[in-house]
Design a protein around this ligand. Structure first.
Ligand SMILES: [Zn+2]
Length: 475
C-alpha cells in the first residue's frame, strides 16, 4: 500500500510548514499532518491568493496532527485548521503545548488588533479600502488547545493504526522536537523522520540536538543550508561591545528585535550572566513584550530542559532571566511611555523579523536617529522589514509612513536558533546515508536548499529532492 508525502508549506520557502502524509491501508487512507505553520513575509505578499487562507487539503479529512515546535511558522494556523473542521488530536511535547497556549492567543490578538488598526487608519485617511478578516480570533484558540495531547522526548506513542510517534530533542527552542514515525505497512516498517527545526552546538540555555535512530525517509530543514555562522566567540563579549558602543559611548538606544520565545530568554540569560559578573553597564533593559514575559515564565517552569551546566547555575541564581535594571513591560501604556525616554536604553521586543508587535512602534520612533542601533539576532525571511534593514534599505515603510533609516543595523549570529550547514551535517552524522532511501529538503530559500543538497550529496546522500509547494511524492 502506498504512502504519499505532500509539502503544503515551507517548500521553497522558510515559512508555512505543513507536510501531509497519506498512509493507504485496508481501512482507507490515514492522514497525518506534520505542523500547521503560518506563511510570513514575501511568501504571503508575492502571491495573488493568501496562502494562509487555502490549506491545499481538507482539514476535516486529516486524522492526526503532529507538531514539531511552537514557533508560529510551524504552529500558527492551528486555530484556523480547527475552525475549518479539524477534530483529531494535536500531539506535542509538554513545553510546546505551554508555549502554544500563550503564542496562539498572542497571534490571534495581534491579528485582531492589526485588523482594527488598518480599518481605523484607512477611515481616518478617507480611504475606501477593504481588508481581509483576521485569519482567526482569540475565540478560535481555546478549541484548538483542547485537542492537544502531550508526550515527552523518547517516549514512543501509538498515534494511528500501526503508526508510532517518537520525539527527540532538537535544542532549537524549549520543547522543540524532531518527529520520528514508524509506519507499519504491508508487513514492513517505514522509518520516517522530519527534523522540524534544528538547534545549535553552542553553549546556551538548551542542550545540543539529540542523535536519532536510522531512517528510510528524511525530511530536513535547510534554513542555513548554504552558510556557516561566524565562529562563536564569546556571545557575552560581543553583546557587551554593542551595549557599550551604542548605549555608553554613543548615548543611543539599542533595539533588539527578538522572537519572544527562545531568543528573548537567551538574551536575558546572557545579560543576567554579565550582570552577575558585575560587567553590565547601568543602562535600563526593557523587555517590551507581554508574550516574552509569559514565555519567560514557561521557560522557568521547564528549567529541567536546560543544558546541565545551566541547570547547575540555578542553585546560585534561582532566576537566570532577571537582574538589576531589567523591567518587564506588560501594559501598552508603559510601552508607549518608552517613546518619550531620551536617555540610552536597551529594548528587547518582538517580533524577530519585525513584521508585527511592539518593535515596529519603537523602530518607527528610533530608526531616524543615527545614535541608535538595531541589533538583529535572528533569521529574517525575505521581504520582511528585518530583511529590508539587513539589506541596507535607506528608508522603510512602517504603519504607512516612510521612515528614514539612520540608525546602524548590527547583526549577531550567536543567537540564531538554527543550525548552520556544518551543524546540520553534524546533526545528520548519526545516519548511514546509504540507508536513507529518500531525502527531502524543506524550510529554506533556493540558495540554502541547493547549498545543503550539494553538501549532503558530497556526504553520500542520494535521491535528494527539493519539493515545490503542493508536489506529491510516493515514499
Ligand atoms: Zn522554529
Amino acid at each position: 500500500m502506498p504512502i504519499f508525502l505532500t509539502c503544503h508549506g515551507a517548500a521553497g520557502t522558510v515559512t508555512g510548514t505543513k507536510h501531509l502524509l497519506e498512509v493507504h491501508g485496508k481501512q482507507g487512507i490515514f492522514r497525518i499532518l506534520l505542523d500547521c505553520g503560518m506563511f510570513q513575509g514575501e511568501a504571503v505578499r508575492e502571491t495573488d491568493h493568501d496562502p494562509n487562507r487555502r490549506f491545499g487539503f481538507a482539514p476535516s479529512e486529516v486524522d492526526v496532527l503532529v507538531l514539531s515546535h511552537a514557533h508560529i511558522d510551524h504552529s500558527g494556523l492551528l486555530p484556523r485548521l480547527v475552525a475549518e473542521g479539524y477534530r483529531g488530536p494535536i500531539w506535542s511535547t509538554p513545553a510546546t503545548k505551554d508555549l502554544c497556549t500563550i503564542m496562539l492567543a498572542d497571534s490571534a490578538h495581534i491579528q485582531e488588533y492589526d485588523h482594527q488598526f488598518d480599518v481605523k487608519r484607512a477611515r481616518k485617511r478617507g480611504d475606501d479600502l477593504e481588508f481581509d478578516e483576521p485569519l482567526y480570533t482569540v475565540a478560535d484558540v481555546a478549541p484548538a488547545m483542547d485537542l492537544f495531547q502531550t508526550v515527552g522526548y523518547g517516549e514512543p506513542r501509538l498515534i494511528g493504526p500501526g503508526i508510532t510517534l517518537t520525539y527527540t530533542d532538537t535544542g532549537h527552542i524549549l520543547g522543540s522536537a524532531a518527529i520520528h514515525l514508524d509506519i507499519e505497512n504491508d508487513g514492513r516498517t517505514l522509518h520516517f523522520t522530519f527534523t522540524g527545526d534544528v538547534g545549535r552546538y553552542v553553549d546556551r540555555l538548551l542542550p545540543e540536538p539529540e542523535p536519532f535512530r536510522q531512517c528510510d525517509v528524511l525530511v530536513c530543514e535547510s534554513t542555513y543550508g548554504d552558510r556557516d555562522h561566524a565562529p562563536v566567540k564569546e556571545a557575552e563579549e560581543e553583546l557587551m561591545r554593542h551595549v557599550s558602543d551604542v548605549c555608553v559611548k554613543g548615548k543611543g538606544k539599542l533595539l533588539i528585535p527578538a522572537f519572544s520565545i527562545g531568543k528573548t530568554q537567551e538574551l536575558l540569560y546572557t545579560l543576567n550572566s554579565l550582570s552577575n559578573e558585575g560587567r553590565l553597564p547601568r543602562v535600563p533593559v526593557y523587555v517590551d513584550s507581554p508574550l516574552a514575559i509569559s514565555a519567560t515564565e514557561v521557560a522557568r517552569a521547564h528549567s529541567t530542559l536546560f543544558r546541565d551546566a545551566v541547570r547547575d547555575q540555578l542553585t546560585g541564581d534561582p532566576d537566570l532571566f532577571t537582574f538589576p535594571g531589567v523591567e518587564f513591560v506588560r501594559s501598552a501604556d508603559r510601552s508607549k511611555q518608552l517613546n518619550g525616554v531620551k536617555e540610552p536604553f536597551i529594548i528587547i521586543a518582538a517580533s524577530g523579523m519585525m513584521e508585527a508587535g511592539r518593535i515596529r512602534h519603537h523602530l518607527h520612533n528610533e530608526l531616524g536617529d543615527p545614535a541608535n542601533a538595531v541589533l538583529v539576532v535572528g533569521f529574517c525571511a525575505p521581504g520582511t522589514l528585518g530583511d529590508q534593514l539587513l539589506r541596507g534599505a535607506p528608508e522603510v515603510n512602517i504603519f504607512g509612513d516612510v521612515v528614514p533609516v539612520r540608525a546602524r543595523i548590527l547583526r549577531m549570529d550567536f543567537y540564531s536558533a538554527h543550525a548552520d550547514r556544518g551543524e546540520l551535517v553534524r546533526y545528520l552524522s548519526c545516519q548511514d546515508p546509504a540507508r536513507v532511501r529518500r531525502t527531502y529538503l524543506v524550510h529554506g530559500v533556493d540558495h540554502s536548499l541547493l547549498g545543503l543538497q550539494e553538501r549532503l550529496e558530497e556526504n553520500g546522500y542520494r535521491k535528494i529532492t527539493i519539493p515545490k509547494r503542493g508536489q506529491r511524492f510516493e515514499l
